[in-house]
Each structure stands twice: as structure tokens, then as C-alpha cells.
Design a protein around this ligand. Structure first.
Ligand code: ADP
Ligand code: MG
Length: 354
């Protein structure tokens, strides 16, 4: 139980296009993360799936059945929000029981599920407390528990961790992943945080301005981004992008950038004389001592994040970020030679990756 399909969902608020013909497909038991900047339509989409607001056109299918005519309760979808509004006058146990009571689940089943869910989330010792006696992380766990205890067709999470501090966020994220591995519920999880998306998702769906740009395995999205927006939204620091033109010299395709040129060896289509963008991730640029086609760049800044360092270098008028090992001995102002790994080059034409 619990596959989800969206067919051409659109939504307008007056002149604002909140969603434009969104297609999406999530398999039963899949952990799907919807990733996009603030305002791109993520929450609107979740509310439509839950049945809280109507779409303008298109259809929502759960287990291949259209649910557009069903009320939120009939859809049997559980939603967890950023603001985990627990009932303040109820204990944790009563908060967990509330949704089950509303759905008419018998008392014995309720009690068993509450114990199981509390154990799964490590909150058994908190069952008798009121929300004000809990930390932020504990409250968020209870909010997730309230969804899990119901065993719905589908879980919808709307940026549930954004109120937690960074360290707690990492902990609760790992916990959620573990809970999913044990329960195998179908999850649609919304975030604007690309690290969260990459670490949690079996599938990542990238949105911008109400449209889906790309859906796929996190590795595919990272290695083969469909367009420049996805390429630069995912990855920190982002992919380096250089503007230039393709030229054919002696039968070879060359990229002519503003202050450098590069042999493009394999190029899947004839882009001769076309303006393109060349993309390469910071970890796919290598520092070399001697190589025929090495580029000479000047080290302008080094940022050390502890586990690794990033060089911010200048290549003519272009900025370039290069990842290096934490023990690498590179100095400010130094001129270094680098090569871009040919197999890791991305070429974008009209903004789309080719
Ligand atoms: P996200 O969750 O990705 O930040 P939302 O789904 O909340 O984005 O919003 C998508 C777009 O729709 C935004 O431009 C937002 O301002 C607009 N919007 C959302 N809700 C309403 C509303 N109730 N009335 C008018 N505009 C809205
Ligand atoms: Mg939102």
C-alpha cells in the first residue's frame, strides 16, 4: 500500500503560478525528497496531495486510484510540519493516541502501537511528559511519532527539521532514515537543504518555480544534472561554470573560454560555433606538476572546513573552486597547475546538459 502518482498538477494563486503541470511517481516504500528553493511550490504540492487544498488541474493517485474526490481523512495520509504543533495539555502518550482515536482505532491496538512507536523513536521514557517538558529534538520526535503511529498510506514531511539546530538535525535525520529502513513506509519529504536531500532520498526531485526540473537517484542528479540550475543548486561549494564557445580546430572540438581553451575530446553533438557553458565540480579538478594541457591558476583564498579544504583560484577573469585534501600544502598567492578531469566535464547548451 502507498504508491503515489501525480499527473499534471497545476495550481494558481491569482496571477501567481504556484505549480505548473507537475508529474511525479513514487513507488511503495520509497523515500522521495522534494528539493527546491523557498517559494518554488513544495508546500502547495504537499497540501494538494493531502487534500487540504484543491488543484486547478491534474490528478493525485494513491495505489493507482484517483483520490481527488476524497477528503483528507479518507486519503489516509499523515503530515508532519516544520512547526510541530503538539497538544500542550496532553502527555506524549495522549498526543500519540489522538490521531488513532480520531480514526476509531480500538484501545488495545492503540496502546500496542504507541509502545512500538515510542520504542522505535527512543521516546518511551517521555510518554508521561507534557510537551513543555521536552527539548526541541524530543518534540520533533513526538511529532514524527504521531504520524508513524497511524501507519498511513503515505507520509508527507514539510521541512520537519528546519527548527532544530544543526547537530540535532543530523541526529534526527539519521534516525528518520533508520526508522524508514525498519518500517518501509512511503515518504515524500520536502526540504530546501540539498545535503538533507542527498543523504535521505532514495529519489530526489528538484523543483524550481513550480516545475519539476529533474527526478532521479541522488547520485544521478549530482553526476548528471539536467540543467545549470540543478548543477549549481546541488553540491557545496557548487559546480564551477565557465562561459565560452565551441570551435572546431584541426577536426577537434575545443572549448574557448574567456581566458583559456580546452580540448573537448568527446562531444555528443556538433556544437561548432555555439555558445555553451562548461561545468566541473570542485573535486574533479586535479592539481598537477606537469601536464601538457594544464591550466595555470592563482590561489586567491583557501577555506578550510576541517575534513578538506577548498581553493578559490583565478583563471584569467574566471573564478574557480578546487577541492584539496586537508593535508595538502598550498599557499596563498601561489600559481598552481590544474587539469579538469575530461570524463567529469559537463557541457550545457541553452542551459540544458548535453
Ligand atoms: P515553498 O513551500 O516551496 O516555499 P509554497 O508552496 O509555499 O512554496 O509557495 C509557492 C508559491 O505560491 C509562492 O510564490 C507563494 O508566495 C505562493 N503562495 C503560497 N500559498 C499562497 C496563498 N495561500 N495565497 C497566495 N499565494 C500563495
Ligand atoms: Mg514551504
Amino acid at each position: 500500500m502507498g504508491s503515489l502518482k501525480l499527473k499534471k498538477i497545476s495550481k494558481y494563486y491569482g496571477d501567481v503560478v504556484a505549480l505548473s503541470r507537475v508529474d511525479l511517481s513514487i513507488d511503495e516504500g520509497e523515500f522521495c525528497v522534494l528539493l527546491g528553493p523557498s517559494g518554488c511550490g513544495k508546500s502547495t504540492l504537499l497540501q494538494i496531495i493531502a487534500g487540504l487544498i484543491p488543484q486547478y488541474e491534474g490528478s493525485v493517485l494513491i495505489d493507482d486510484q484517483p483520490v481527488d474526490h476524497l477528503t483528507p481523512r479518507e486519503r489516509d495520509v499523515a503530515m508532519v510540519f516544520q512547526s510541530y504543533a503538539l497538544y500542550p495539555h496532553m502527555t506524549v502518550a495522549q498526543n500519540l493516541a489522538f490521531g488513532l482515536r480520531m480514526h476509531g482505532v480500538p484501545r488495545a491496538v492503540r496502546e500496542r502501537r504507541i509502545i512500538e512507536t515510542a520504542e522505535l523513536l527512543g521516546i518511551t521514557h517521555l510518554l508521561a511528559r507534557k510537551p513543555r517538558q521536552l527539548s526541541g529534538g524530543q518534540r520533533q520526535r513526538v511529532a514524527m511519532g504521531r504520524a508513524l503511529v497511524r501507519r498511513p498510506n503515505l507520509f508527507l514531511f514539510d521541512e520537519p527539521l528546519s527548527n532544530l539546530d544543526a547537530r540535532l538535525r543530523v541526529n534526527v535525520r539519521l534516525e528518520l532514515k533508520r526508522v524508514h529502513q525498519q518500517t518501509r513506509g512511503t515518504i515524500l519529504y520536502v526540504t530546501h537543504d540539498q545535503v538533507e536531500a542527498m543523504t535521505l532520498g532514495d529519489k530526489v526531485v528538484v523543483m524550481q518555480n513550480g516545475s519539476v526540473l529533474q527526478a532521479g537517484h541522488p547520485e544521478t542528479i549530482y553526476d548528471s544534472p539536467a540543467d545549470i540550475f540543478v548543477a549549481t543548486f546541488i553540491g557545496s561549494p557548487p559546480m564551477n561554470i565557465f562561459e565560452g564557445k565551441v570551435e572546431r580546430i584541426n577536426g577537434q572540438f575545443m572549448f574557448q573560454g574567456e581566458d583559456f581553451s580546452l580540448n573537448l575530446k568527446d562531444i555528443p553533438q556538433n556544437l561548432s560555433e555555439k555558445r555553451v557553458e562548461l561545468g566541473i565540480r570542485p573535486e574533479d579538478i586535479e592539481i598537477v606538476h606537469k601536464a601538457e594541457d594544464a591550466l595555470r591558476v592563482k590561489v586567491e583564498m583557501i577555506s578550510n572546513v576541517g575534513s578538506e579544504k577548498f581553493i578559490h583560484a583565478r583563471l584569467g577573469s574566471n573564478d574557480m573552486t578546487i577541492r584539496i585534501a586537508k593535508e595538502a600544502d598550498i599557499r596563498l598567492g601561489e600559481i598552481i597547475q590544474v587539469v579538469m578531469k575530461p570524463s567529469m566535464l559537463n557541457i550545457f547548451y541553452n542551459g540544458r546538459r548535453i
